[in-house]
Design a protein around this ligand. Sequence first.
Ligand code: PLP
Length: 396
Amino acid sequence: MKRVADRVDNLEIPKTISMTVKARELAEQGKDVISLSLGEPDFDTPDFIKKAAVKGMDENYTHYMPVKGFPDLREAISKKFKRDNDLDYSIDQIVVSTGAKQTISNVLLSLVNPGDEVIIPAPYWVSYLEQTKLAEGKSVVIETSIENNFKITPAQLKAAMTDKTKLMIFSTPNNPSGAIYTQDELDALAEVIATKRDFYVLCDEIYELINYTGVKSSLAKNPKVNEQVITVNGLSKGFAMTGWRLGYMGAPKWIADACDKIQSQFTSGTSSISQRAAIAAVEADPSEVDYMVNAFRERRDIVTEGLNAIPGFDVLVPDGAFYIFPHVQEVIDKSHLKDDMELAEYILENALVASVPGSAFGLEGYIRFSYAAKAEVLKEAISRIAACVEELLSKE
Ligand code: PLP
């Protein structure tokens, strides 16, 4: 009998992907579908980065390289952490991986024993939960809501901690809510984290550059917890480099060594060519990508205003990333639909706009729209959603 391992059966197909598949099927039937379901910038990688990759190939950087990344790339990342985040990570505390996704799985596999608890504030990026399952950890979800700006409080964190708590994983700027923790808020959480010295926190800062507030914050900056924090970042979002597969982390050296060991058995070092390109990206002044951030800000304003005007949609203005996460429970309650999944499907089928239900991110009653699309497309999407929701509610 053909039977895969339980760990495969236990994994969920991300709803982000299943909505995209449905959207593609409709598009193949000739329907004009607007896809706001995927999490990638609609820009191309900047030329100066592509040139660095070509130069790398010409210089024959095409062989195996150190598992945790070329020393000159780790040096550049170390300087970037200092320059942009005021964080001190030496090059032996840095590991470069095949996307931040692999960085996160390295950390989980390095720290979590079967049955260890992993705290995951919701809404969360889907992979945190699934990767925790793969590491045989037990996820402990802390729910937030639009009322508290999608941020956990120190009291909530304290209440979720037990003797078995090993790790917490969260992102700021957050996917899917766009919320950003201020330094004060992180420092308040640090007070609680510091009470348990064998508790570690993975702070996922992959959307760092897509920040409309101008305020930078990092949990690892707090000296009370910097021995407990792993700071994850990568090039996919800020530099429009999703296909290059390059993520990295700064961490206490023993954790970096463990991740190096895990990675050496899975993939070895990430693509040598992507690494040469990454040097150009992290050495560049972040203002090089301001044109993308400015475009995202304009689009954020368009979708915030547009969605807010739809009756039953409650919108929090996102501070960063390129998603908006309206609370739509009122629409669900007033309609014949059962939940956010059915509403997302209804919007896909009737407005031909693909989104992702909040339940995919651990929070029912919300919907995520990505606004990494052209302004005209977003305006069209909003007017279709508005018409479709109006029709839905008029039928009831
Ligand atoms: N972390 C968050 C919060 C994300 O949204 C994503 C991608 O969607 C990642 C990590 C993974 O990024 P990468 O492309 O570097 O694997």
